[in-house]
Ligand binder design. Structure first.
Ligand code: 6PG
Length: 235
């Protein structure tokens, strides 16, 4: 796993935006399929992207999907789509038809099946799995990624593209991109900042498959870690 470490979360966000934009600019003749995570870490990146890097981004060639979603309506503050819409998607000229949200307000079993079918139809496939150009992941301090939590490792090998799941810490219903399509991506990028993530970052870089984030970090063919010094302090 390639590691990129920066003094602050802002510098990490800037570097990651420029990295993603460069990937698209270096391949100017095609559509770019990206699956994004939610949580708090990407909020800074989305805000910076909208305010400082929108003009250099080929929005018409970018299709946005979600790694996971909390089963709440878009206007709920917990919504990963709602957060990205308010900070980025509503502020840049990305075509509406390029945004494929998970409908958190729907029945989570039906929506997991609907979204799995949609992704199979919209995203190029290889080995019977979608091939995202980038799957952008975070990691919880407990070692989860996507919405796959420790103890739910069966979601790392299930045949479902997206699975209905539950956050065991609070019972919140989730819909999660599972392990095989994550590993099938051209590039997996972890975006992790903050001192609270120093242990999970150490695990991802040095331990065995101690949790879903470490497993993906160890088994993905092309995987990068963008982190700030605080998250990397134990390395
Ligand atoms: C989610 C995310 C999840 C997130 C980690 C880190 O819906 O919560 O997709 O996998 O990346 O929980 O979250 P923070 O960035 O809030 O620490």
């Amino acid at each position: 796993m390639k590691r990129y470490i920066f003094p602050s979360s802002i510098e990490t966000a800037r570097a990651l935006i420029l990295h993603l934009v460069k990937l698209m600019i270096d391949d100017p003749d095609r559509t770019f399929y990206m699956a994004v995570s939610g949580g708090t870490t990407p909020a800074l990146m989305f805000d910076l992207w909208a305010n400082e890097y929108s003009d250099i981004t080929p929005w018409g060639r970018l299709k946005i999907f979600w790694v996971d979603e909390r089963c709440v309506p878009p206007e709920n503050s917990e919504s990963n789509y709602g957060m990205m819409r308010s900070l980025l998607l509503g502020a840049v000229p990305i075509p509406y038809e390029n945004i494929f949200r998970i409908k958190g307000e729907s029945n989570f079993r039906k929506e997991a099946a609907r979204y799995s079918k949609l992704v199979k139809e919209e995203v190029p496939q290889e080995n019977g799995l979608p091939v995202f150009d980038v799957v952008l992941l975070g990691a919880g301090s407990d070692g989860h990624t996507s919405s796959i939590f420790p103890g739910q490792e069966e979601l790392l090998s299930t045949e479902e593209i997206y699975a209905p799941n539950v956050n065991p810490n609070n019972g919140q219903k989730r819909i999660a991109l599972t392990g095989l399509p994550i590993l099938n991506a051209r590039l997996v990028i972890f975006h992790i900042t903050g001192r609270s993530k120093a242990e999970v970052v150490w695990d991802m870089c040095n331990s065995g498959d101690t949790g879903p984030a470490a497993y993906i970090a160890h088994h993905a063919e092309n995987v990068e870690l963008f982190m700030d010094a605080a998250a990397g302090e134990n390395l």
